[in-house]
Ligand binder design. Structure first.
Ligand code: ZN
Length: 303
């Protein structure tokens, strides 16, 4: 049997799920099409790249993260830094009571490893996964996986998705936009957000002296914003140590700005004192849209 080309397979998947999307220009419906891309009823076209992703940005973005950062993240990922985290997130999702196929949106999916791995561990229900990131470099790398997932370059503040189209929004160590989250979530949908705890990669931050001029990292602000915007159903702390060998070390240092939303630091030189293990201290927070609409305004991008 002839192997179906990646781009053809991606076209089939986008066609099957065209009704999830809305045009980022006119907010119109996306149509089923024989062409390679997503086309709205008003004639706005978004091409499907050869690798099988769609760029739905309406203008160019100055993204500070380059391919090298995403490749470093992939190396660290493959070494298993996030293995126990993914296992716990999949456990949390498998316990949610959805009785039919779910749409799972990873907002800020970066180079896609997290979503690809997670989907393989969701066993309790069929899943339609979609990864979105504003970085074309990230999505380009994500689409290099052979898994049949949908990948889009898109703006978090203007998700190219229909209202009430998503069952689960995954938001891992990445900014949130609760206004958009509320809009695209179905009535019984949930947000699964992963945020750092106080000790997350503390050894690395000490080494890079990120905390030298100010207090230790605190997630209080992030949790406060979260509480203002979501009905928190559960918080699952995840804490473990991860061994770092010398070949992984440069990748870990390289990906650090990505994890902390910092601008790329210039000094990546590594001294003799290598770190042998790092602390992974994270919280998985499950939240739903509050019933009343009388709360604070749910706008803006929040970490
Ligand atoms: Zn349009």
């Amino acid at each position: 049997m002839a192997k179906i080309k990646k781009r053809d397979r991606a076209r089939n998947i986008f066609n099957m799920n065209h009704d999830l999307f809305r045009c980022p220009v006119c907010k119109g419906q996306m149509m089923r099409t024989d062409a390679y891309g997503l086309n709205c009823s008003a004639g706005h076209n978004f091409d499907l790249a050869r690798k099988g992703y769609v760029n739905l940005l309406t203008r160019g973005q100055n993204c500070v993260y380059d391919t090298e950062l995403f490749q470093a993240r992939r190396q660290v990922f493959r070494a298993g830094l996030f293995g126990p985290l993914i296992a716990k997130v999949s456990e949390v999702i498998n316990e949610l009571s959805f009785d039919k196929r779910i749409t799972l949106l990873d907002v800020g999916c970066g180079e896609g490893s997290f979503l690809c791995s997670l989907v393989k561990q969701i066993t309790q229900m069929p899943v339609t996964p979609l990864g979105i990131d504003i970085s074309k470099e990230g999505i380009n790398l994500a689409a290099s996986y052979n898994d049949p997932l949908m990948w889009c370059v898109a703006d978090l503040a203007q998700l190219p998705l229909q209202d009430a189209s998503i069952d689960i929004i995954l938001n891992v160590l990445s900014p949130a936009n609760y206004g958009e989250f509320h809009r695209v979530l179905k009535a019984r949908g949930v947000v699964v957000k992963v945020i750092p705890g106080q000790h997350y990669l503390g050894e690395l931050r000490d080494f890079l002296r990120y905390d030298q001029d100010h207090d230790r990292y605190s997630n209080e602000e992030v949790i406060k914003h979260l509480e203002e915007n979501l009905e928190i159903q559960a918080i699952h702390p995840v804490h473990y140590r991860f061994m770092v060998n010398s070949s992984l070390w440069p990748h870990l240092v390289r990906m650090t700005p990505l994890m902390w939303n910092k601008s790329i630091h210039e000094d990546l030189s590594v001294s003799d004192k290598e770190i042998k293990q790092v602390t992974v201290d994270l919280n998985i927070i499950v939240g739903s849209v509050p019933d009343s609409s009388g709360g604070p305004s749910r706008k803006g991008i929040i970490n």
